[in-house]
Write a protein that binds this ligand. Structure first.
Ligand SMILES: Cc1cc2nc3c(=O)[nH]c(=O)nc-3n(C[C@H](O)[C@H](O)[C@H](O)COP(=O)(O)O)c2cc1C
Length: 213
């Protein structure tokens, strides 16, 4: 079982709820499945560059313009995306860890998604819609936020955007574990909320291991 873990939380582990949830999730996963192979990408240490016109042309023009051949500069601009897609094509489970920032995801996570969700990488655009070119079976989002969010909360610009983007490329099995109410000044039960999320993460790891055994 190959797991790719993308983390976009700059806080140190002892202060980062999302990272603590991730740590418990992975500890349970490796305890229950000795074949779990985890690749960690810390976006705070290796931040993706901004998406450029050259990269856009490299991936989108051949799909949209008959016979378009990218230039060498356009091909070179796709290096990071190609590198990440190579790891993703060998991934069974994708885990994205992040805090909510301004009702959305941190920009570094958005940049990573912009690079990897290009046509010709994990999917191809056909007359009948997108055709998947990956074997990712499950997407897990591990999120933290100061505010409290209800299910389908209209203020949530994080999980629906990510879920829909992956649905578009044929991945609809998504689990979201969210420690909300993490502002200690506003929510006296913030530790309890985190503990509930950690427990849910451990249960999810168990379910995943059962599915993969
Ligand atoms: C730039 C920035 C924007 C934030 N925006 C929001 C927000 O829109 N909603 C929210 O609930 N919390 C927001 N927060 C608070 C973080 O989501 C909160 O600190 C989170 O628990 C941090 O996660 P961590 O403990 O995993 O590091 C924001 C924090 C920062 C630094």
């Amino acid at each position: 079982m190959n797991i790719l873990h993308i983390c976009a939380d700059p806080q140190p582990m002892e202060e980062a709820a999302s990272k603590q949830i991730a740590a418990s999730f992975f500890a349970q996963l490796v305890t229950l499945n000795e074949n779990a192979r985890i690749t960690n990408v810390d976006l705070t240490l290796e931040q993706p560059a901004e998406y450029t016109t050259a990269e856009f042309r490299n991936f989108w023009y051949p799909q949209l313009i008959d016979g378009y051949v990218p230039t060498r500069e356009e091909e070179a601009a796709a290096h990071y995306a190609n590198e990440q897609a190579t790891i993703l094509r060998d991934t069974d489970i994708l885990v994205l860890t992040m805090p909510m920032w301004n009702y959305s995801m941190p920009a570094m996570m958005k940049a990573w998604l912009d690079h990897i969700l290009n046509p010709g990488l994990l999917y191809t655009i056909t007359d009948k819609g997108n055709e998947a070119n990956h074997k990712i079976k499950k997407l897990v989002l591990l999120v933290s936020s100061h505010q409290v969010f209800s299910e389908n909360d209209p203020r949530d610009g994080l999980s629906p955007a990510i879920e829909t983007s992956f649905e578009d490329i044929g991945l609809s099995d998504v689990s979201v574990i969210w420690a909300d109410g993490q502002n200690p000044k506003l929510h006296v039960d913030f530790e309890q909320r985190k503990a509930v999320a950690i427990e849910a993460a451990e249960e999810l790891a168990e379910e995943i291991c059962e599915d993969f055994n």
